[in-house]
Design a protein around this ligand. Structure first.
Ligand SMILES: [Mg+2]
Length: 414
């Protein structure tokens, strides 16, 4: 098999409501780049990357110069050709490599007639469990509904997610409001769902002392872990010395150098593996092997996925023996997807690992055209800005919190 073409299409797919986070907001939609790698036998492998637009599409076009004529089964060769670690000082292509790796694995799986997880060592499970992943949200500007700001709103929303999807693990994305307020919210969540597991993620915006204060205050709860309370391995290590809750990260251990540093001088207990940030599914499987050896925990990180990336997460989740936590996905916040058959469904808090050859998902061309068109109309959005707080700059550690009593609706083009 030889690669004959690489195409990239930027799409934007609406969310049920804008999702607030420590650095700003997802302004009511995700922007993603859908990658198609075509082989000389007519097969098309699918990849996906976060963000998009003219520059992202141009990067993938440029990869044709490197990869046309290349055998998609030679994935290690591709890694060194386009993302050589020393050349990466000049061209940071880890995420590009990841999208192309998904597509090459998809091609190989289709050519061999097996799902990607069977290439990666074989599935250990048919379903991957997920967490509810609750956000503070602005109301949908079109409908006026969906706001999550108060404790009452969050509990109602979590109950609705649990009813419809069956989640028994709840993650709260935080770092938006003052930590004292968010502590109240998290304790209320724990009291409302005493049999469920919990995790909390303020995206690294606290001081180490604040992280210790919060961590100690939640010690009695059913915590899976406290995720990125502070930004940096040393702050995590200092927090870990003082807090009896496992710490997790998707920010300060995202490559093998950082993983080795964390093994030699442990700062983080649970490594959240992201198939994009690590440069592909195979890199994550390798990292999970290191974690297995040193008995660190692993879980699946979500960087905001459509169905192709979700498939990469499911195939990874299927083959990790040491996946002892529910995975994260933003997926259920989306209103639609670009894959055939519509969005994948949660049953009892889990999603079935696709069983078709390759990644097991196909593009719905009508949906791709529809959301390409929506991107052409709306363009990108500033992920690191809050639509309700123009001119606001979050600092690290942050002390410029949003006001939990501020109920103003936001105007966002939808
Ligand atoms: Mg995180």
């Amino acid at each position: 098999m030889k690669i004959v073409d690489i195409r990239a299409t930027t799409v934007t797919v609406p969310l049920q409501a804008p999702l607030r986070h420590a650095n700003g907001c997802h302004w009511g939609r995700f922007v993603r780049t859908i990658v198609e790698v075509e082989a000389d036998n007519g097969l098309i492998g699918l990849g996906e990357m976060g963000g998009g637009g003219e520059s992202a599409e141009a990067v993938f076009r440029a990869m044709k110069g490197y990869l046309v004529g290349h055998d998609p089964a030679r994935i290690e060769e591709m890694r060194f050709r386009i993302a050589n670690p020393t050349a990466s000082l000049y061209n940071n292509r880890t995420q590009v490599l990841a999208a192309l790796e998904f597509a090459c694995l998809d091609l190989i799986g289709q050519a061999w007639g097996v799902p990607v997880c069977e290439i990666l060592g074989g599935r250990l499970r048919d379903h991957v469990p997920f967490a509810s992943y609750c956000f503070f949200r602005y109301a949908n500007p079109k409908t006026g509904v969906g706001e999550v700001r108060t404790i009452d709103q969050l509990l109602k929303y979590t109950h609705a997610l649990k009813r419809s999807h069956g989640f028994t693990t709840h993650k709260l994305k935080a770092g938006v409001f003052h930590p004292d307020y968010e502590l109240e919210v998290y304790k209320a969540l724990a009291a409302e769902f005493p049999m469920d597991s919990l995790r909390f993620d303020p995206n690294g915006v606290w001081s180490t002392e604040q992280a210790i204060r919060f961590g100690q205050a939640i010690e009695g709860l059913r915590n899976d872990y406290l995720e990125d309370p502070v930004y940096g391995l040393h702050g995590m290590r200092r927090t870990r010395e003082m807090v009896r809750v496992p710490l997790a990260t998707n920010t300060v251990v995202v490559n093998f150098e950082q993983l080795s540093a964390n093994v030699l001088n442990t700062a983080v207990d649970v490594i959240l593996l992201d198939t994009t940030f690590w440069g592909g599914i195979r890199a994550c499987v390798k990292a999970a092997g290191v974690c297995e050896t040193f008995q660190l925990g692993v879980a699946v990180h979500s960087s905001g996925e459509l169905g192709i990336q979700l498939a990469s997460m499911l195939h990874m989740g299927a083959v990790l023996p040491n996946l002892s936590f529910a995975a994260d996905a933003h997926y259920h916040h989306l209103v639609d997807d670009v894959i055939e058959g519509g969005p994948m469904q949660y049953v009892d808090g889990a999603i079935a690992v696709p069983s078709g050859p390759g990644l097991g998902v196909k593009l719905n061309r009508d949906k791709l055209a529809e959301y390409k068109e929506l991107y052409a109309r709306l363009g990108g959005y500033p992920y690191d800005q809050d639509p309700a707080r123009p001119g606001w700059t979050p600092i690290v550690p942050n002390d410029r919190w949003a006001d939990p009593f501020d109920a103003r609706p936001v105007q966002i083009p939808y």
